[in-house]
Design a protein around this ligand. Structure first.
Ligand SMILES: NC(=O)c1ccc[n+]([C@@H]2O[C@H](COP(=O)([O-])OP(=O)(O)OC[C@H]3O[C@@H](n4cnc5c(N)ncnc54)[C@H](OP(=O)(O)O)[C@@H]3O)[C@@H](O)[C@H]2O)c1
Length: 162
């Protein structure tokens, strides 16, 4: 199984504000849906609550330290490794955030589906610093701002150098 991470960040690494996303990017949501459809999506409990529902067509795996946490229709895991193991029948599992989970997942993942938002937004959670020289860009496409996308952004696929 390939273990991948998918994230959208601004120029300074901001990924969230007040428990939600600090932008509306319709093209990014569409790409997220296309990439993750049919797969396991692994997320921290806070991201699960910020999404507020199960995403159809995908298996949600929620990571929490709360032994009594319940999420109908989702798989609950008590650490990231167990969440990855719970996804192991899949060809590709996607770690979808948030910051606390990205921090733990970054050393483990094979691939990053990265959206770079060409803006400097105000936020309270950031993606961890990472060394881009350890990653090869497999593809890169640009998306302009328009009425459905707050900012221009770029989609990249990064593969870890082995
Ligand atoms: N831009 C993007 O691509 C993107 C993607 C996803 C999320 N976000 C944003 O990121 C923010 C949320 O991120 P966050 O860092 O605050 O929270 P988070 O990573 O979504 O969730 C943190 C929670 O995960 C659980 N957890 C973390 N590590 C664990 C471990 N090793 N074992 C067991 N449980 C563990 C804990 O849950 P318990 O407290 O229940 O124990 C912890 O409180 C929101 O603003 C969201 O919109 C942005």
């Amino acid at each position: 199984m390939r273990t991948s991470l998918i994230v959208a960040m601004d120029r300074g690494g901001v990924i969230g504000r007040e428990g939600g996303l600090p932008w509306h990017l319709s093209a990014d949501l569409k790409r997220f849906k296309q990439l993750t459809m049919g797969h396991h999506i692994i997320m921290g409990r806070k991201t699960f609550e910020s999404i507020g529902r199960l995403l159809p067509g995908r298996t949600s795996v929620v990571v929490t330290r709360q032994s009594d946490f319940e999420a109908a229709g989702a798989v609950v895991a008590y650490n990231l490794n167990d969440a990855i193991t719970a996804s192991s029948g899949d060809e590709e599992a996607f770690i979808i955030g948030g910051a606390e989970i990205y921090h733990q997942a970054l050393p483990l993942v094979d691939r990053i589906y990265l959206t770079e938002v060409a803006a400097d937004v105000t936020g309270d959670v950031r993606f961890p610093e990472f060394d881009r020289t350890q990653w090869t860009v497999l593809e890169r496409t640009a998306q302009p701002a328009d009425e459905r996308n707050d900012h221009p952004h770029t989609f990249s696929v990064l593969q870890r150098n082995r």
